[in-house]
Design a protein around this ligand. Structure first.
Ligand SMILES: Nc1nc2c(ncn2[C@@H]2O[C@H](COP(=O)(O)OP(=O)(O)OP(=O)(O)O)[C@@H](O)[C@H]2O)c(=O)[nH]1
Ligand SMILES: [Mg+2]
Length: 293
């Protein structure tokens, strides 16, 4: 080290590095060493070595941070009811749409990579509440993570930017390969008069209504109402089922005990109002059921 000709501060920083107990402390000491090391031919290898060490710690710290936030996000997203994930590349209009659908006011500007974490919100459509999740910009690096978020929800709402970008096409293919239900929406950011079915302007209330309806339809859910014998159904509190679900699934959603029901009557899709049906009777949106135990 004689030819290095470094000052005492450098050696103090080097000592700090050897004494460091955490990656953060080591990183701090390395940065100091870099700053204090003489910059000449004889120190070239030393500087290279310090740079490599800094890079390694940064990578390590990034991994820890990502794992922490992944755990946190998982914990925050205990599945409740029906969920849909908004996904798309930077500036594709996810947050603008999310805000309009859920009544929130999250940052939505021209700044790319603006949304930093998964953000939940509630969209109301008629008497149904759907949980929406806004996500950070889709990139090649986080595509698989976002894909797994989509997988945990019932629908991926893909905001599609007009510009050609292979990340978008690749992600759409991934959704298809994983058999994840998806819908494509194209934000209309200029005044062109697009007649495309998917196009909308987040700042036009009538377009937002159209999008809400589309999301509800794409989710393929039905609403079924329960009523007590001789009582009236509560139309504000539907049971949410998947299209094709039967009386059995409805009873299971209401209460486990109801699975041993004696008889079920249905109003709505049946030939006669209050018709008695079997447990494998497929229910329809708007049906009212009365379960006797
Ligand atoms: N006119 C118009 N502008 C829109 C529309 N959607 C988004 N924008 C604008 O486009 C820009 C980007 O929108 P954001 O909502 O931030 O997009 P994002 O996909 O959430 O972006 P990141 O979080 O960075 O990934 C903002 O300036 C929005 O105001 C739309 O439907 N119409
Ligand atoms: Mg955003």
């Amino acid at each position: 080290m004689a030819s290095l000709n470094a000052g005492p501060e450098f050696y103090a920083a080097q000592q700090k590095y050897s004494d460091a107990k955490t990656p953060e402390e080591r990183l701090e000491a390395l940065k100091e060493m870099y700053r204090l090391a003489p910059k000449h031919k004889a120190s070239e290898n030393l500087l290279k070595d310090i740079t490599a060490k800094i890079g390694k710690i940064n990578k390590e710290l990034g991994k820890i941070k990502r794992e922490k936030s992944r755990k946190k996000e998982k914990a925050e997203f205990k599945k409740e009811g029906v969920q849909a994930t908004l996904v798309g590349i930077e500036n594709s209009g996810k947050t603008a749409l999310f805000n309009k659908l859920s009544g929130q006011n999250q940052p939505s500007t021209e700044t790319p990579f603006e949304t930093k974490k998964l953000t939940p919100g509630t969209m109301k459509y008629e008497n149904v509440k759907i949980q929406l999740i806004d996500t950070p910009s889709l990139t090649e690096t986080n595509a698989n993570l976002l894909l797994s978020h989509c997988k945990n929800t019932e629908l991926a709402i893909f905001t599609y930017e007009g510009k050609k970008d292979k990340t978008q096409e690749e992600f759409l293919k991934k959704l298809d390969d994983a058999k994840i239900r998806k819908m494509i929406l194209k934000p209309k950011k200029d005044l062109t008069n697009s007649t495309e079915e998917e196009s909308y302007n987040a700042f036009k209330p009538e377009d937002i209504e159209k999008v809400k309806k589309k999301i509800f339809n794409e989710l393929q859910i039905i609403r079924v109402y329960t009523k007590p014998p001789h009582g009236k159904p509560d139309y504000n509190d539907p049971i949410i089922l998947n299209k094709g679900d039967t009386v059995k699934e409805a009873a299971a959603k209401i209460h486990k005990e109801l699975l041993n029901f004696k008889s079920v009557k249905v109003w709505g899709s049946t030939k006669f109002p209050g018709q008695q049906v079997n447990s494998d009777y497929p229910l329809h949106d708007g049906d009212v059921i009365e379960v006797k135990t």
